[in-house]
Design a protein around this ligand. Sequence first.
Ligand SMILES: N[C@@H](CCC(=O)N[C@@H](CS)C(=O)NCC(=O)O)C(=O)O
Length: 199
Amino acid sequence: MITLFHHPRTRSSRFIFLLEELGVPYAIHRIAHIRRPDGSGGVDPENPHPHGKSPALKDGDTLVFESTAIALYLTDRFPQNGIGPVVGDAKRGAYVSWLAYYAGVMEPAWMSAYMKWDIPRGTAGWVKTDEVMAFVNATLEQGPYLLGENFSAIDILVATTFKMFMGSPLLEKTPLLDGYVGRVLARPAYARSQAKEND
Ligand SMILES: N[C@@H](CCC(=O)N[C@@H](CS)C(=O)NCC(=O)O)C(=O)O
């Protein structure tokens, strides 16, 4: 049995969306509280994440943490709905690259922009958001989704993140991005996930 450790309106919400896409049975274990930037909250001792963060996932006794690892684990474990290219698929390389890029480049890029950290080009392991967006835009111009014709779990991570920031000083709203986010969030699995958000 899959159990998603979830706290409403955090990064774990994306995995309700993914699990709905996969159409497999799962349970949601609500994380009672997480640490908040203002110093409130705290680590829930029942949350198996090593740092008390949201999300975490258990598959029987197997613990999976880190959003991109959870995405890859789930789409490999449940390949039937084709939500992530598996080993042997021509898109597998692009899929794992985008997952790693999301965690290792995109999130640090936006976090450093938000914190106003100046990242000198050429020294950090990531690039600034303008370079990220040039790559994202060029990719989305080729196909409706990041991997081309087919929707995958990387679109869940990226489109839900863009939804949060689009229109703020951190991310300009453009017809291309707006169309992409709208396409991903129009999926019935997203609506079903929203209904379970507060479970
Ligand atoms: N790198 C982690 C980040 C998870 C994360 O930071 N989640 C936030 C909520 S969106 C959290 O649990 N914060 C509480 C804390 O850092 O203790 C992932 O992608 O899964």
